[in-house]
Design a protein around this ligand. Sequence first.
Ligand SMILES: *[C@@H]1O[C@H](CO)[C@@H](O)[C@H](O)[C@H]1NC(C)=O
Ligand SMILES: *[C@@H]1O[C@H](CO)[C@@H](O)[C@H](O)[C@H]1NC(C)=O
Ligand SMILES: *[C@@H]1O[C@H](CO)[C@@H](O)[C@H](O)[C@H]1NC(C)=O
Ligand SMILES: *[C@@H]1O[C@H](CO)[C@@H](O)[C@H](O)[C@H]1NC(C)=O
Ligand SMILES: *[C@@H]1O[C@H](CO)[C@@H](O)[C@H](O)[C@H]1NC(C)=O
Ligand SMILES: *[C@@H]1O[C@H](CO)[C@@H](O)[C@H](O)[C@H]1NC(C)=O
Ligand SMILES: *[C@@H]1O[C@H](CO)[C@@H](O)[C@H](O)[C@H]1NC(C)=O
Ligand SMILES: *[C@@H]1O[C@H](CO)[C@@H](O)[C@H](O)[C@H]1NC(C)=O
Length: 378
Amino acid sequence: MFPTEPNTICCLFLLCSIFLTSNAAIDRHSLVTRYNPTRNASNPTTPMQVGNGNFAFGADVTSLQTFLPFATMSSWGWKNDSLPPNRTIEDVYNYKGESWYNHGRLVQYDFGGDPEIEQWLTANPNRVNLGIVGLVFLDAQTGLIQNVLESDLSDVHQTLDLWTGIMSSEFTYEDTAINVTTTSAQDISAISVTVSSPLLFPNTSNAFTRLGIFLDFPWGDGSQKFSAPFVGNFSSALFNNHTTTLLDHSEYQAQIKHRMVDAIFYTAVESSTKFDITRDSPVAHRYTILPHSDTNSLSLVISYNSTLPSSLPSSASLVQSSIATWESYWMDGGFIDLITGSTDSRADELQRRIILSRYLMGVNEAGEDPPQEVMYSS
Ligand SMILES: *[C@@H]1O[C@H](CO)[C@@H](O)[C@H](O)[C@H]1NC(C)=O
Ligand SMILES: *[C@@H]1O[C@H](CO)[C@@H](O)[C@H](O)[C@H]1NC(C)=O
Ligand SMILES: *[C@@H]1O[C@H](CO)[C@@H](O)[C@H](O)[C@H]1NC(C)=O
Ligand SMILES: *[C@@H]1O[C@H](CO)[C@@H](O)[C@H](O)[C@H]1NC(C)=O
Ligand SMILES: *[C@@H]1O[C@H](CO)[C@@H](O)[C@H](O)[C@H]1NC(C)=O
Ligand SMILES: *[C@@H]1O[C@H](CO)[C@@H](O)[C@H](O)[C@H]1NC(C)=O
Ligand SMILES: *[C@@H]1O[C@H](CO)[C@@H](O)[C@H](O)[C@H]1NC(C)=O
Ligand SMILES: *[C@@H]1O[C@H](CO)[C@@H](O)[C@H](O)[C@H]1NC(C)=O
């Protein structure tokens, strides 16, 4: 019915203006960024994360996986372990568990059959840690990789900007500043990493840079399901359980193929700065990337895929897509402001939990499929 009564119109007008003013009054940007997590040391069990619901990258205080091997995981990265010795895939398909009476009839359950096959079925397929990325520190005189600990860094500050999905760290190593920012792509499984530091600039007398990036690839099997927060095992004893190959590299890009039993994962790296990439040793799945130009800044896009991607976005466009996607994530849905005007001392903590939970949901649980288990959703 069309509202003709002055009272009705007035009432609607009032409702509308309440709705509009209260909607406009929520300053979502300030409410979200009020809870930007900050750290000055790595948390040993809880990574800072960037991601997009189908892909998540967990970081230590360097905004990379330099000191702690937090995982890089996806909704699509799964693999099967080898079958138990003397078993075939037919044994898997023919597996029959015990039958028990249930409501007066025999029901077959998926346990109590061949224990080897039962264990394989429990553990497979399993989700793969796609690889880790961290900083490499090199000696000024020899150019060799140094063993640097988190305790060797000082003035450490890390912030995760919940509004943009950009994680950044600033710290000092041997009296020299290092900045790192890490951002997740929103449409593909990739990160952009930018490192800025005078340590990147090659020494004029021996051309050595002091800083680079490593990529490392763990073996993981289904028996490690409960080893969170870390996924996979970097032990050299497991070197032969998987293979990595540096496929193709030019001055601006490189591709590594990682095979785990029958599953293949590709890591592609691209930069607008020339770089070298080398395998650390023939018996390690670890690679070092060093900038190959006179620069104080290195930006890389590192992508993970089950096929070789045809092209990668630039760092700048990847970061732009994160800013735009997170802004619409925060702006386009319902939003509750518990703080403004509240005198309840609990409002702030409840608001903080709502904001951080929504961020973690966007990173870990807003993908095409629900997460496998809440186990690794931080
Ligand atoms: C580091 O953070 C902790 C906890 O937030 C704080 O208590 C401590 O004072 C900070 N240390 C420095 C050096 O900023
Ligand atoms: C694992 O093996 C099963 C049984 O052969 C197969 O259906 C499935 O597609 C495999 N999954 C992966 C990720 O290889
Ligand atoms: C291999 O497995 C079959 C059943 O799948 C079994 O009959 C046979 O004894 C096994 N052989 C060995 C050497 O374990
Ligand atoms: C540059 O290399 C030279 C020769 O190895 C070394 O003596 C010097 O300390 C290096 N300079 C810096 C700033 O690391
Ligand atoms: C690191 O970032 C800060 C701003 O956040 C800037 O003042 C500083 O110059 C940067 N340092 C390097 C080495 O890029
Ligand atoms: C990694 O694998 C090695 C060699 O099999 C094993 O000794 C070690 O316990 C494993 N570590 C973890 C955390 O599973
Ligand atoms: C690694 O491979 C060896 C040889 O195939 C196998 O015996 C061992 O169980 C594997 N280890 C893990 C942890 O998968
Ligand atoms: C993998 O690469 C293909 C081709 O470039 C692309 O369409 C797809 O979105 C990528 N997948 C992920 C998960 O990044």
